[in-house]
Design a protein around this ligand. Structure first.
Ligand SMILES: Cc1ncc(C[n+]2csc(CCOP(=O)(O)OP(=O)(O)O)c2C)c(N)n1
Ligand SMILES: [Mg+2]
Length: 331
């Protein structure tokens, strides 16, 4: 009999359950944030929904004690996997002083946390890409063994920052994983109007690196691709470009109304491929996610989200006199 895919990949049952739990946590935190936004309690949401499988599959393929993540605003799955907590994320959503990303100065989704090697991006999209390349260069010069993972949307793969970063990493053979989370839209612009080439993955060739496309709704496929890319990086074989194909299940952000540029039928069709449903089915089929485990997991996550929401709502804002802290160098 053929081995199940997860066994081929060397993933244990516990690792698979962790993978699913991280995906489910990201989804549930995101859903809570929309409720809080619509209730007028938090100002802004930018969602991970539809991309959790790619994010968690990628992060779990890395050494999360050593590698660096340079995520973009949708990457709740990546940052949770790298050690950011639900409480941290809620503190950021409520813009409270305890927010580890910026103590409430930045919009939500600007993830950054030194202790977990999560490096922040800026609001202009794609700034994280050259930073990932620079960190990989530093690692190579210091003979370190870490790789950097940077993620960005397919629209952002048109920015100069992507092309300059990819070229430099290709020329210098740097251990960078460029992961494009293609969710088919850049706000209201569909992918057909964003790219002149067939796929983002094709762009790898121009920069001397493999470019591969994977099903972004399949966390195991993304895990496998990122694992190989990390090995290449650590072996001195240079960067890899990975394009994960999925679909943005929510509007671009809480300030967007997607009904003006896409049909409800299209969204409903995409929901049939939702990895939260398909991966859970895979785990049930292999008797890894039992009804008991599922219930226990569900309750645990829900309770943690409730506690984090309450704590963040009650937490103090930063002191007004701290507003300029960290803006300029402080010795
Ligand atoms: C340099 C720059 N130009 C424009 C914007 C406005 N903007 C914010 S998100 C976004 C769409 C990005 O689309 P994509 O890269 O596909 O990521 P997605 O939101 O779909 O995940 C745009 C145009 C920006 N933040 N920065
Ligand atoms: Mg996009």
């Amino acid at each position: 009999m053929e081995k199940p895919r997860h066994e081929e990949l060397g993933l244990s049952e516990n690792e698979l359950l962790t993978m699913y739990e991280l995906m489910l946590t990201a989804r549930k935190v995101d859903e809570r944030m929309w409720l809080l936004n619509r209730a007028g309690k938090i100002p802004f949401v930018i969602s991970c929904q539809g991309q959790e499988a790619a994010q968690v599959g990628a992060a779990m393929a890395l050494n999360r004690e050593e590698d660096y993540a340079l995520p973009y605003y949708r990457d709740m799955g990546v940052v949770l996997a790298f050690g950011m907590t639900i409480r941290d994320i809620m503190m950021s959503s409520f813009a409270k002083a305890e927010d580890p990303n910026s103590a409430g100065r930045q919009m939500p989704g600007h993830f950054g946390q030194r202790k977990n090697r999560i490096v922040t991006g800026s609001s202009p999209v794609t700034t994280q890409v050259p930073h990932a390349v620079g960190i990989a260069l530093a690692g190579k010069m210091q003979k370190e063994s870490f790789v950097t993972l940077t993620t960005f949307g397919e629209g952002s793969s048109n920015q100069g920052d992507f092309h300059e970063g990819a070229n430099f990493a290709g020329v210098h053979n740097l251990p960078v994983i460029f992961m494009c989370e293609n969710n088919k839209y850049a706000i209201s612009v569909p992918v057909e109007k964003q790219l002149a080439c067939e796929s983002v993955a094709d762009r790898g060739q121009g920069y001397g690196m493999p470019g591969i496309q994977v099903d972004g709704n399949d966390p195991l496929a993304v895990y496998e691709a990122v694992k190989k890319a990390a090995e290449r990086g650590r072996n001195g074989e240079g960067p890899t470009l990975i394009e994960t194909l999925s679909y943005r299940l929510t509007a671009h952000s809480s300030d967007d109304d997607d009904r003006s540029y896409r049909s409800q039928e299209e969204v409903e069709e995409a929901k049939k491929k939702d990895a939260l449903v398909t991966f859970a089915a895979y785990l049930r089929e292999h008797n890894i996610l039992t009804a008991e485990k599922e219930e226990e997991m569900d309750e645990r996550i829900q309770q943690e989200i409730d506690e984090a929401t309450e704590a963040a709502e009650d937490a103090p804002y930063a002191d007004a006199e701290d507003a300029l802290k960290y803006v300029y160098h402080e010795s």
